[in-house]
Design a binder for this molecule. Sequence first.
Ligand code: SF4
Ligand code: SF4
Length: 344
Amino acid sequence: MTSEDTLKKAKLLEIGEIFIPKEIDMPCFASRSTAGPDAGFGSHAFEFGAARVKLGVTKDQGARLRLKQIDGSFSIYLDGDRYIEQARILPLAAHAPNQAFVNLSGECRMGCAFCSMPAPSGKPQPSLSAERAMRIISISSRQKEFEAVAMTSGIPESVSRTNGEMLELVREVRRQFARIPIGVETYIEDLGDILKFRHAGATEMKINVEAWPEERFGKVCPNRDFGSTIAALEKAVEIFGRGKVTSNILAGLGETDDEIIEALNHLAGMGVIPNVRGIRIGAANAPKLEKALGFVPERVKAERLLALGKEHRRILEMNGLDASKFDTMCFSCKCCDIVPMIDV
Ligand code: SF4
Ligand code: SF4
């Protein structure tokens, strides 16, 4: 049976954003994502019971979710009624509550329709050098919640250049932290890069398929190749092992549940643990999505997230995979998705 906490988490994921009145005394700063569908937005992570969720912070005072502080403790209100009591606001090591997750570049030339990361502007942009990223990781490592390091990056120039920079950072993290799990979320054009990441010290890898089937992938990721993404995932499983490779599948792009389930079966059959993520819509990606798909998607309903979560768990079990054993990135952070084996 799905716990009350998971039902509430799914509802919060469906809504996605919360209004925080300025008189509230927040115990930590908001995190500002520079990668993925959330790029550019401030957010806070909340924990209640066994559930954890990250919500974007909105300035809209009429938002359905509102944070209240009563006698020092935090409650989340939904449509004016108290929905969650005793919510804890989690400090974010760097982006995530349990790990330093750094993004080396906030620009990307790949132009995926759902992604809010801007295309390279031609002007020099601050990117995170391996040295600066290492400083952020070192500072985060002093927090008691620090359990892992993860990294991602947009592709401002070329995949090979970005992977070279990420490899440099993986080597340095491994040099300074002998045993910390290191997750790398990357794009692979040269399959040889996967072994280089493993040799440098990475322990887990994420290569996102994002959309299923191939025809939909072609619409939303026009500058990426579906076949080589699947080939990279196969190679990553060969090198990192079954259950040590993950891949995001977005829900809400007009696909059916059967298509998501087909993707889950396909990827889990390869030894990949897929991650189902509900699409997030904002000013930066709505026009691109409308152009690519012919409509502006809506956020995925809680009921659908939960139903897919249960199927997801069943498919992982059938393939002997366990998302709760992942040490880095989204499964261990647990903030943005219904995580099989943890939430359902
Ligand atoms: S490859 Fe696509 S999803 Fe990834 S950062 Fe670039 S535009 Fe965004
Ligand atoms: S679940 Fe993933 S995307 Fe969401 S906050 Fe955690 S690490 Fe970031």
